[in-house]
Design a protein around this ligand. Structure first.
Ligand code: ATP
Ligand code: ATP
Ligand code: MG
Ligand code: MG
Ligand code: MG
Ligand code: MG
Ligand code: MG
Length: 260
């Protein structure tokens, strides 16, 4: 009958187009907090940088790295995180919507679960949400360029925000501060910070200036060595969170196992 035809699974499935991510390319999933300008206001984040909020983002990213074994590198700044999946990952047969939705929902749940670990006395006032997207990068060089782009963005935004909030805290209105900074170069901003506010930009916390990179390192476990364990057990994999320059090639040369 016609009813039977219309509920035939093959007929229903014929409408489904799963976009698959290009094979043998690095997959980057970038998530970003939805309306975090408002979220930061409502939860009274310190300006320009709330250290605890960044710590919370980093804890959630570590949990994502632990959960999704194909992730080899994470880079985070502000309300965003980029997760790099290895080139040959077969997670969800590389279906974009499956990968993005699984990572973004896991991250959001973690953010709520770990809130109290970071903000001891601050109440979570409403549920945060994140959006996510997937992009493929065909070579190590282009992937490194992508990550460098995010770190440059971190630097430029942080320098601007540090000036902006110094001006606002010194009594300027937000629009006055905005006009004051219009068209200023990087060196002029550093000079403003030093001369007007006695802030040496280069001494601000590394996490604010360089964002956070999370990855696995293999190292010998000193406690196991003492107990005369077998050589296999001496190597342990550890997840580290660092605030380092990932634009310079030297980072990738010092950690060759990340992209190999
Ligand atoms: P959208 O939904 O389009 O992403 P948004 O309001 O989240 O909008 P973003 O460009 O993602 O805009 O910027 C995130 C904003 O969240 C920042 O501008 C800043 O106001 C705030 N924010 C995020 N993390 C922190 C933090 N650790 N400390 C202070 N403010 C933060
Ligand atoms: P996948 O990650 O592939 O989705 P899954 O374990 O979530 O794997 P599903 O096909 O989505 O598998 O099925 C969900 C399963 O969750 C059900 O088989 C059932 O065991 C369990 N489940 C979900 N909701 C309920 C419920 N309300 N009561 C009892 N069991 C439930
Ligand atoms: Mg966004
Ligand atoms: Mg956002
Ligand atoms: Mg953002
Ligand atoms: Mg199901
Ligand atoms: Mg299910």
């Amino acid at each position: 009958s016609e009813d039977c035809f219309k509920t035939n699974p093959d007929y229903i499935r014929s409408f489904l187009f799963e976009s698959k991510l290009m094979p043998s390319t690095w997959i980057v999933i970038r998530i970003d907090g939805c309306h975090f300008h408002r979220f930061a206001d409502v939860h009274e984040f310190n300006k320009p940088n709330d250290k605890q909020a960044l710590d919370l983002m980093n804890l959630c990213a570590v949990a994502v790295l632990e959960e999704f074994h194909d992730i080899v590198f994470c880079y985070g700044v502000s309300d965003e995180y980029s997760f790099v999946l290895k080139k040959d990952s077969q997670l969800y047969q590389r279906r974009a919507s499956k990968i993005v939705s699984a990572i973004v929902s896991f991250f959001s749940s973690m953010y709520v679960m770990k809130w109290k670990d970071v903000f001891w006395k601050k109440e979570l006032k409403y549920p945060p949400s994140f959006d996510g997207r997937a992009v493929c990068y065909p070579s190590n060089e282009i992937l490194q360029d992508y990550l460098a782009w995010r770190q440059v963005d971190c630097h430029i935004n942080n320098q601007y925000n540090t000036c902006f909030w110094s001006l606002v805290k010194s009594g300027k209105s937000k629009s006055e501060a905005q006009n004051y900074l219009k068209g200023t170069q990087a060196c002029e901003k550093n000079e403003l910070l030093l001369k007007e506010f006695g802030i040496n930009y280069n001494t601000l916390p590394l996490m604010f200036r360089q964002g956070s990179s999370i990855f696995r390192v293999k190292r010998e476990n000193p406690t196991l060595l003492e107990n005369d364990a077998s050589s296999v057990e001496k190597i342990e994999t550890k997840i580290v969170t660092e605030h380092c320059n990932i634009i310079e090639q030297s980072f990738w040369e010092a950690h060759p196992s990340i992209l190999n």
